[in-house]
Design a protein. Structure first.
Length: 681
């Protein structure tokens, strides 16, 4: 099946090598003086960023691994290279995180989950996370509507001197059977238009050793064995291309993305059962474009459009029982799902005064889900959803004070087959952000915000066979935040940068959508019966310093969080009333230290996640999930041979071979060694 893909990738890997141009190292160009004018920018919203050298040298496999280093984030990783990886911010739920790829949100109307394991770090320029939204109003209504936002920005072509072609070829391999060639080709088509093409192929059997150990309540050992993780293999091809242009007082870009994978979906490890028959096949395609122009000094316009097609084929043929014996009975499924999405956005911003801006954003989105279910006689609903959003926002600056307010209107219309017509839904959600710099002589900023958010149930929540409930209500959430950022003056010091930011937050979620079992364990019921209240503290320290030719960069985070379930059913408190919700640690933190000396680079990173409870509802000892931590190391050396730049990297992940689980019964890999070689033409 994948022979054609391998041949295509081999040809594409070789073709850019003959297209590269020579670099003139002895040329000197004098640039004319350019004066840039702009309004003073002030962040009034908590923001975290990984970019440049720190992101490039981070010992991470994909976007999900890198996001672990943001305060307040929890990555739900179901183990292995092929396992699902999702992000949760401030324990509000994966569905409340808007993930934007080059400015346009990644969507999944079927289950509302973005699998971040599909997105590589190779072509990533920066990862940025905002709690609430960006500190600007020139953005789409989708940006305003999310509880928190993560922006994945891919690299834009940059050409030095008279160079017109950049080519980067990279190869990665690991100690757990991992084959990963990739390339990136950038071409300058004219002074105002450039092109980028990149591709990556991943193949691995995903097998790794792990230790499976469980204790009884009295502390005695119930199970303690070493086994091999199976059904975590993956074969995937990623291809994307971007076209970037400049116009007078504006810019435009267009992108095409394709991802094709065949992977095992590793199941939970239970007593004497270490393999399963779950497989998942994905084909994801989207094309998108953005146009931005300043028509006058006061009026700016932005337009975005996207088309996406997603195909998922899920096969569950579990042929073993808990004793490891082969059986022919049991629940099986062979389902295919087809999603389509059309999205359009227009943003208008006008400057009423030099200190007062106003914007109007209008978005339209259409989603459709079809399914083919073999062996299932029940009817599928074939839902279609039309979503219209608009946002009216304004920002005002006076002296050292800045205010930003917005209101988002959302109208949802659905059409379904074989079900009663879903009623239309219209909601208005406001937000207010305040920022203040109390001392003119110090870079010390105070901030606070309040924001209301709601989310519609996904197609799976509403219409999934034997699961969905078409009467579900949307989730409603109120989020509050107060914090500060302080940038320490570093003039005439070995410090290049020292900043600290601290935020305290409170969240309150009502009508939370949860799944509850019925009398049949294969049939679950979706219902609105939850209320979750959360609060916490997030802190981030960024440092940069130099000692002669040695440059040091450090990034440290710490998070304390509580999110407790206050669910009542029929006026009665459930047994979990007041308990910490599953997989929410009270304490977590991370650290990154990067050292650069001439052509050498060293990176050390650390992640800690404290004690939490698994998905069995109650906070009792048997449901405890122990803390875990990892240490990752990498060493990089750069070489130059003629006009070729070579770079070799050795990474040691989980250096202390910690045996841990992010999700209970889904063991993660132990110590692994990775080798990377890259050639830049």
């Amino acid at each position: 099946m994948y022979n054609t893909k391998k041949i295509l990738l081999f040809i594409v890997l070789l073709s850019p090598v003959i297209l590269h141009s020579q670099v003139s190292n002895d040329s000197l160009r004098v640039l004319k003086e350019v004066i840039l004018k702009g309004k003073p920018y002030q962040e009034v919203i908590p923001v975290q960023n990984l970019s440049g050298v720190l992101l490039e040298n981070l010992a991470s496999h994909n976007v999900a691994d890198a996001l672990r280093y943001f305060a307040g984030t929890q990555i739900k990783d179901y183990g292995g290279l092929g396992g699902l990886k999702t992000v949760d911010v401030r324990n509000m739920g994966t569905h409340h995180v808007g993930v934007f790829y080059d400015g346009i949100q990644l969507g999944n109307a079927q289950n509302g989950v973005t699998d971040l394991g599909k997105y590589s770090l190779d072509d990533m320029e920066s990862l940025t996370m905002y709690n609430g939204q960006k500190s600007e109003i020139f953005q789409s209504a989708k940006d305003f509507a999310a509880a928190s936002t993560i922006y994945l920005r891919t690299k834009r072509p940059v050409f030095l001197d008279d160079k017109k072609t950049n080519v980067l070829v990279r190869f990665k391999t690991m100690s757990i059977n991992y084959f990963d060639p990739s390339f990136r080709w950038e071409q300058k088509l004219s002074d105002k238009v450039s092109l980028s093409v990149s591709s990556e192929y991943i193949k691995s059997n995903g097998q790794y050793k792990f230790r499976y150990k469980r204790n009884n309540l009295d502390g005695t050992v119930a199970y303690d064995t070493t086994a091999t993780r199976h059904n975590s293999d993956i074969e995937a091809l990623r291809f994307e291309s971007g076209l970037y242009g400049k116009i007078k007082n504006g810019s435009w870009d267009a992108k095409v993305y394709y991802y094709d994978s065949d992977r095992g979906a590793p199941g939970a490890i239970v007593e004497n059962k270490f393999s399963d028959g779950f497989r998942q096949y994905d084909k994801n395609f989207f094309s998108q474009g953005t146009f931005i122009k300043d028509f006058t000094d006061k009026y700016k316009f932005q337009a975005k459009a996207k088309y996406a097609y997603d195909y998922t084929h899920y096969v569950a043929r579990d042929t073993t029982n808990v004793l490891g014996e082969t059986v022919t009975e049991g629940a099986q499924s062979d389902d295919s799902y087809y999603q389509q999405e059309y999205y359009f956005s227009a943003v208008n911003m006008y400057s009423i005064l030099p200190t007062w801006d106003i914007s109007l954003s209008t978005d339209f989105q259409y989603n459709r889900l079809n399914a083919t279910r073999k062996g299932i006689k029940t009817l599928f609903s074939y839902p279609e959803r039309y979503t219209a959003l608009f946002s009216l926002a304004s920002s005002y600056r006076v002296g050292r004070f800045k205010a930003l307010g917005s209101v988002v209107g959302t109208h949802v219309h659905e059409e379904v087959r074989y079900n009663a017509k879903a009623p239309d839904k219209t909601e208005f959600t406001p937000a207010l952000f305040l920022g203040y710099t109390p001392f003119a002589a110090y870079d010390f900023n105070l901030r606070a915000f309040a924001k209301r958010i709601f989310r519609m149930p996904t197609f799976n929540d509403l219409y999934y066979t034997m699961v969905g409930s078409s009467t579900l209500r949307p989730e409603y959430m109120n989020q509050y935040d107060v914090g500060f950022t302080y940038n320490l003056p570093v003039k005439e010091s070995f410090f290049d940068k020292f900043s600290i930011q601290v935020d305290g937050y409170y969240t309150n979620t009502k009508d939370k959508i949860i799944a509850a079992p019925t009398g049949n364990l294969f049939r679950w019921m979706m219902t609105n019966m939850g209320q979750v209240k959360g609060h916490g503290i997030e802190s981030v320290i960024n440092m940069g310093m130099h000692i002669n030719k040695l440059n040091l960069v450090a990034n440290l985070t710490y998070t304390y969080s509580e999110s407790r379930d206050y669910t009542k059913f029929g006026g009665l408190e459930l047994s979990s009333y007041g308990d910490q919700i599953p997989y929410t640690p009270w304490h977590s933190g991370s650290g990154i230290l990067n050292a650069n000396y001439e052509s050498w680079n060293f990176n050390y990173s650390f992640i800690y996640v404290g004690k939490r409870y698994n998905g069995n509802v109650n906070n009792i000892r048997i449901n405890e999930v122990q803390p875990w931590y990892t240490h990752d190391l990498s060493v990089q050396k750069a070489f130059a041979i003629h006009n070729y730049k070579l770079k070799g990297t050795v990474e040691l992940n989980n250096a202390l071979n910690q045996q841990y689980e992010v999700i209970y019964n889904y063991p993660m890999p132990g110590r692994t060694l990775k080798f990377i070689i890259s050639i830049e033409l």
